[in-house]
Design a protein around this ligand. Structure first.
Ligand SMILES: Nc1ncnc2c1ncn2[C@@H]1O[C@H](COP(=O)(O)OP(=O)(O)OP(=O)(O)O)[C@@H](O)[C@H]1O
Ligand SMILES: [Mg+2]
Length: 280
């Protein structure tokens, strides 16, 4: 049966569509026939063991890795047919927090956060506005006082927050967060997750989050940021309006896709391991 016209239109400009994507490194298959659609305003939580393909999936989504098979469409455009310059433009509509942080140690915090604004000409951010935009992004993560510092002067949690500021400074429509809470204490991890919910809920950003921590997904699926109180609160309708889906990756394949309830009900030995509310 044909989809209704409105559904077709929504699909056509979905921020991300991956169609039967395979990525190989030599003889090893890192992504195996992965298909995934992220509609505007959706949140997707990507769980899975170390080495299961979460990072490769996010980098392929950003067209930093090109698929050996299949297609990646960003905002309805097929990235395999685009020149690097056009891709660069398209990437300005997306932000990413890299798992390794990806901050430049030789640049100040201000220069790090300004980097995407300076380098993406399509954003046309006048020099006079740069500082304001950078301060706004750093204030968003409550690090407005660190402009002149360099990354090595900050704690791991603070560097992660600078990474978030850099990911959102361009006001992107889609933000990908790769393991933002890995290696952090529970309090700092929760602060990071609150910032991610704040970005999503104040700007309506489409969000993809790779994590090992089930509670990160639980938080985004059930809580929303209240700008008036500056706190997270339980979302109405059991969180249905937050439109959160869970994926579990295993050996480069999506071995589960569904709601939190469906994940918790899974009887699969591998999948069900990711549905436990473990604390680190
Ligand atoms: N540049 C690369 N060259 C060769 N192999 C790679 C490369 N990048 C990733 N891989 C391989 O692809 C597979 C998936 O790696 P990936 O980094 O996506 O895992 P992950 O799910 O993000 O793991 P983690 O939870 O540890 O972050 C692994 O087997 C990894 O060794
Ligand atoms: Mg990873």
């Amino acid at each position: 049966m044909a989809a209704a016209p409105s559904a077709t239109a929504a699909l056509a400009d979905a921020p991300l569509r991956m169609q039967a994507v395979t990525v190989r490194f030599g003889a090893a298959t890192a992504l195996d026939q992965v298909s995934l659609t992220l509609q505007r305003g959706e949140t997707v939580i990507i769980l899975g063991a170390a080495g299961s393909g979460k990072t490769v999936l996010l980098k392929t989504a950003l067209a930093l890795i090109h698929p050996d098979e299949g297609r990646v469409l960003l905002f309805g455009e097929d990235t395999s047919r685009m020149k690097e310059s056009a891709l660069f433009e398209l990437r300005s509509r997306m932000g990413i927090l890299f798992q390794e942080g990806g901050l430049f140690d030789s640049l100040t915090i201000e220069e790090n956060v300004a980097y995407p604004l300076r380098n993406q000409k399509s954003l046309r951010c006048p020099d006079a506005d740069l500082r304001t935009r950078v301060e706004e992004a750093l204030n968003f993560v409550e690090l407005g006082h660190t402009l002149e510092k360099v990354p090595t002067e900050l704690s791991g949690g603070m560097r992660r927050r600078v990474g978030i500021a850099r990911a959102v400074v361009t006001r992107p429509e889609l933000v990908l967060y790769d393991s933002p809470t890995a290696g952090l204490d529970p309090i700092t991890a929760n602060n990071i997750m609150t910032l991610i919910a704040k970005e999503r809920d104040t700007r309506g950003t489409t969000t993809a989050l790779a994590t090992h921590r089930y509670q990160d997904g639980h938080l985004l699926a059930n809580y929303r940021y209240n700008a008036n109180t500056g706190r997270l609160e339980a979302a109405p309708n059991g969180g249905q309006d937050l439109r959160t889906r869970f994926l579990v990756m295993g050996d480069g394949r999506i071995v589960f896709e569904g709601t939190q309830d469906e994940l918790e009900a899974s009887t699969d030995g591998y999948v069900s391991k990711f549905a436990k509310r473990l604390t680190e």
